[in-house]
Design a protein around this ligand. Structure first.
Ligand SMILES: [Mg+2]
Length: 272
């Protein structure tokens, strides 16, 4: 069964297109085929380590033909959410996100009475002392907002603990529930649909995280495609809270699912 009726794709980045910025075998070619066939694409990623423009450059230098505006990072989503929902809020940013994706947001230090504590991806700033200051800010009434709930991510040197693990601790300690703007929050996917200009029924989400990419998208009526690359683990699929619409080997299988003919076969036909 293919992706009948699907006109556009939302793509996760890490673990789908590449790992630690190294493209997966065949992934640039698969995206190039999709682009050449006119399939509208948006990358929806919880990776926050690079601002949107440098993210675009990094993907293009790895061979992926994306324009900057085709890349929706959790930082970009967080900036849009804060500008719309918390205009004028004083925001303490913790983690790896860059201020340039948060234009129009009033970023302040932890000692400057922030209204919002904003967690982005985990990095070396996630330390005991800083989290104790965050705990005090939350006790004092600051709002807890997170770019995502990712528990870990895969690098060339193995798994790394991500912000979601720390978020669970903060929530358990304070009794608060964070506002999350990146995947699996519905707003992350609806922002992708708006950018594509397509309804959920015409879009598939391709990801390596069964819960946060695939099942979260399916809950909104988007078709889910799980790839067996990146952080994919057979045991996590087996105990997932639902069943992906499709499970494929990698992004390389997606053009075929959409019914795009292999490039070589097209060439043969042209030669006849
Ligand atoms: Mg991923």
């Amino acid at each position: 069964m293919g992706l009948d009726g699907i006109q556009g794709l939302l793509l996760d980045m890490d673990g789908v297109l590449g790992v630690s910025w190294t493209p997966l075998d065949g992934a640039p070619e698969a995206v190039t085929r999709l682009h050449a066939a006119g399939v509208p694409l948006r990358v929806v990623t919880n990776t926050t380590a690079l601002p949107q423009a440098r993210f675009g450059e990094a993907l293009r230098s790895a061979g992926f033909p994306f324009a900057d505006e085709e890349i929706l990072t959790a930082s970009v989503l967080a900036g849009a959410w804060l500008r719309e929902e918390r205009p004028g809020a004083r925001v303490f940013l913790l983690g790896d996100a860059q201020a340039e994706d948060l234009a129009g947001v009033d970023l302040v230090g932890a000692d400057e009475a922030p209204d919002v504590v904003l967690l982005s991806g985990a990095d070396d700033s996630f330390c005991f002392e800083t989290f104790n200051r965050v705990l005090a800010l939350l006790r004092g009434g600051a709002e807890l907002v997170a770019m995502h709930r990712n528990l870990f991510w895969m690098t060339r040197r193995g798994e790394k603990l991500d912000a979601g693990a720390y978020l669970l601790g903060l929530e358990a300690a304070t009794g608060l529930e964070a506002v999350v703007v990146g995947k699996p929050a519905p707003g992350a996917f609806t922002a992708g649909l708006r950018a594509l200009g397509l309804p959920a029924a015409r879009v598939a989400m391709v990801g390596d995280d069964v819960e946060n990419d695939v099942l979260a998208a399916q809950a909104l009526g988007i078709t889910g495609v799980l790839v067996r690359t990146g952080k994919f683990r057979e045991d996590q699929l087996a105990r997932a809270s639902g069943t992906p619409d499709h499970v494929v080997g990698s992004i390389c299988d997606v053009p075929g699912l959409l019914g795009l003919r292999p490039a070589a076969r097209r060439t043969e036909l042209l030669c006849l």
